[in-house]
Design a protein around this ligand. Structure first.
Ligand code: ZN
Length: 150
């Protein structure tokens, strides 16, 4: 479903970038926690995971030109951030990269299964807005993970 190196990628400096949960400070007064990024162990450069960039971009554009001071969690907006937040909180961070990658894959699959169940339930109730919301959350995980596999 995903290409093998979900957990790490090469940095331009020759170092290895691995996944971390980052707190973004935007416009000096907006704090966005739980943003999954790749961070380089050598040069400390970081970049958002490719499959969260679109949601992160739309969050920042919603904030507008002169946003009020606030504290947001990206995990409330994006399923990848939510799944990764749970994994980091559960202490898997201490494991090896391949253990962690396995944990992420199975957690993402479990979240997809859960959302499919919720989707069926909301469809049974013919609750259109719930179906739509669940469909969007599913798409964050499924469409973007197949993009990632290219
Ligand atoms: Zn680097």
């Amino acid at each position: 479903m995903y290409k093998n190196n979900l957990m790490k990628k090469a940095c331009g400096c020759g170092g290895i970038m691995t996944i971390h949960m980052h707190t973004l400070i935007y416009s000096a007064k907006i704090k966005i926690t739980h943003v999954p990024v790749y961070t380089c162990g050598q040069c400390a450069r970081y970049e958002p995971l490719p499959f969260i960039k679109r949601d992160l971009g739309s969050l920042l554009s919603e904030l507008g030109e002169i946003p009020p001071k606030q504290h947001l969690s990206f995990a409330e907006r994006n399923e990848w951030a939510s799944v990764l937040k749970d994994i980091f909180a559960s202490g898997f961070f201490a494991g090896s990269l391949s253990e962690m990658e396995e944990a992420i894959r199975s957690a993402v699959q479990a979240r997809i299964d859960l959302l499919l169940d919720v989707y069926r339930f909301s469809a049974d109730l013919a609750d259109r807005s719930w179906m739509e919301e669940t469909g969007l959350r599913l798409a964050q995980l499924t469409v973007q993970s197949s993009e990632c596999a290219k």
